[in-house]
Design a protein around this ligand. Sequence first.
Ligand code: CTP
Length: 397
Amino acid sequence: MSHLTGKHITLAVTGGIAAYKACELVRLLVKAGATVQVAMTEAACEFVRPLTFEALSGRAVYTDQFAGGMPHLALTRDQTDLLLVAPATANTIAKAAHGIADNLVTSVICGRNCPLAVVPAMNNKMWENPATQENIRRLKSWGVHVLGPATGELACHVNAAGRMIEPSEIVDYVSAILAPKVLEGKKVVVTAGPTYEALDPVRGLTNKSSGKQGYAIAKAAFEAGAEVILVTGPTALKAPTGVTVKRVESATEMLHRVTVHLKDADVFISVAAVADFRSARVAEHKIKKTDDDTVPSFDLVKNPDILATVALNYPDIYCVGFAAETQNVEAAAKEKLSKKGAKIIVGNLATDTFGKDTNTAVFVSAISVEEVPTCTKDELAEKLVSRIAQDLGVSDE
Ligand code: CTP
């Protein structure tokens, strides 16, 4: 279940060209299960008509402060989970930072009864203006979430900071804001994807891991409030919002990168399908076939076992491993638990999970075996994160 399911979000749209992207934002929030109540400034109505938002949100749009029923208060009362201002212009940000309430949206911001997130979108000169920067600092110091801006091509055709982050990223951040913060203050290192062990400059040994489960776990840990470092082998996946991503190829590089980031870490989650062997020698040039029947052969050497190494050398870090099997999942998970020194092994069928969006798993620890019925990789990730939080004694359950 998404953290947005059943949540009530008031979306305030202010007058910037990025207002057109707020339409997609409403669609994505509604698709994720949220109820979205839109309010617009007069300037926003110059860019997009309220009718568009009404159709997308399924609710009447507020544009008039004096329409009756005190909308400036009603719009963030009654279980509103978040007031989201997207796009937020320099003007609205300035007013929010000074308690000015001179239109419907700024009055809603001033009189709100829920957390506030602003998504700046403006020309780079306006963004860099010391007044805007000071206003952003003030808002942050009051606990306001500031999402973005991104650097990219602006409406005025310059490439600079000030662009509104994409609607899908806003949804990721909103989901993170609304998720229970069971790993707040914790640092989590996750590995994901396959590793690639070169044979020559163009060929290598790898496997069919997509990285989806590891990326989902990194995202869930970030949503739970952790600082997350994702060390990933080659994948085609987009970096999860809010997560620091370090890309590597081989198992040796992965171990090195993990070790660099383990300082002060609380949790290590080893999801990567690490190649167990690599070629003893990597040919300097592409290996050519010959005209006769001789074929090349490769001497393999063992790769380091990253999980076992971390569990052995960092006894204070809570280590979680995976067991990707083709049979006898639970037995293999139990064996790997003691062999690798992990606190939990998540057992699953490689044939069921590699490349797919769902997973069926079992959490095996020294004292329990917990079956996790088939669910999406995001759901499995959330279950694993709450299980880790419970074991660390920081769960809010
Ligand atoms: N693992 C690791 N380093 C390796 C091999 C595996 O860190 N060189 C980790 C994986 O990330 C996973 C766990 O160990 O968390 C189990 O990986 P798996 O591939 O299922 O098992 P192996 O240990 O490789 O054993 P086998 O291939 O014989 O099943």
